[in-house]
Design a protein around this ligand. Sequence first.
Ligand code: NDP
Length: 496
Amino acid sequence: MTLTSTAHVRPALLDAPLPLLIDGREVAGRGAVIDVMNPSTGEVLARATSATVEDVDAAVAAARTAFDDGRWSKLAPARRAALLQRWADLLEENIEEIALLESLNCGKPFPIARDFEIRQGIEILRYQSGWATKLNGETRDMSLPGTWHAYTRRQAIGVAGLIVPWNVPFTLAMSKLAPALAAGCTTVLKPAELTPLTAVRLGQLAVEAGIPTGVVNIIPGPGSVAGQRLAEHPDVDKISFTGSTAVGQHLLRTVSHDLKRISLELGGKSPVVIYPDADLSIAIPGAAQAIFANSGQVCAAGSRLYVHRDVADEVVAGIKKIAESMQLGAGTEPGTQMGPLVSSVQRDKVLDYLAQGVAAGGTIVTGGFAPERDGYFIQPTVMLIEDPQASVVKEEIFGPVLVAQTFGDEDSIEDVLAMANDNEYGLNSLVFTRDISRALLLAEGLQAGNVRVNTPAGMDPALPFGGYGMSGWGRENGREGVEAYTELKTVTIKLG
Ligand code: NDP
């Protein structure tokens, strides 16, 4: 494997089979040694050992002991916060290497990996570390006869099993590790088998930062083995999962036997609504970014466009122009704006959806094919389609594919809301208009956990993120994110 830029130093993790991290030690997983691919080239990037059921049990035992003996949960909150900050410092010192691993493993452009994703993950860690010293209960006044003292306490749930996907591996791992650790939980993280590299690197740096052994355990391995055992394990108190709705539903059934706590951050099929009064110089690049960022492999991607007929031609032509100007390439190639999809499986899934869309009467305005080159690329695509029930309109494609429909003056705000809400998912939604009343009415009526007005951006460590309906259960980030790793206890004392 050659790196395309001499500015990059080859990370050591690429040269030996990737280990697991259990109880502060690097150990070889007892499962198969698998190839970790570079999706930009289709070549093997690294080799990784994988966790068996026995390895998961060892990781959970380490996390259980570390929780029960209080080395983390009973540490002074300020000390816990300081260790998490030290970890954030080390991650920042190693940001070039971590971003390079992510860029090579996922195909994402290196500057975006470094300056946006990895940085955002570190910011999440810094933000959540602040909650370690601020998680408080309250006193409450009671109405029962007599004199009482009543208060609530937030206590760490225990061992948290964290299962993350391949689309934004470092940041999603940090969205779970940071709040879990700030709350005082101990953790076992299972990264996706396709993208285990940055998970192991962040685990190494947690040990170097002085976070006690057993508090952060990393177990790359197949979902059906390592993820499944984690979800079933009686000593795991909470599962936090990001990924497909199908696996989320399966995990819900899995944890039902012991009512393990569970958070689910699932898919999306988010609408983008553009009115003719919008500033199109913001709306057009905004809509393009909402679907083409990370090659469309984003749960919050704006993948359904509803554009007013008066500006539909201009908007679609503008997005087409951006799509056709995007430089596709390897993540580490200078100038790359869009990398490949993560795997040949994901690329073929997207191609299959494109064929379904055309069969359902869709017209491809631009893209719609896999370019002839190595790697798992899909040309950024815009499709016009009238059938609101077509699979490309209803289902999460998870690729750079925007499906566009129009509305007109005859459609009231309620009609537009009905179109936008006609989906089982409810993760994100974008509205472009200069009319403040219309924006607020849409924000009120959109059935989604997040509404963004006149921008595709809006992720922030302080802001809760999560979905309605089939997009999941619970919220990550913000105070809500850390509270999801606590149990709420109520104490009542009869004083007289
Ligand atoms: P999955 O939901 O299968 O994978 C997400 C994580 O769950 C991975 O770590 C995976 O492990 C793990 N997992 C899989 N099966 C189990 C199980 N039985 N028990 C516990 N953990 C398990 O997503 P895919 O990678 O298969 O992607 C399929 C589709 O899901 C995509 O095309 C996309 O539509 C959607 N998706 C949505 C994401 C989102 O953020 N909303 C993220 C990723 C995918 P492993 O991969 O190692 O087997």
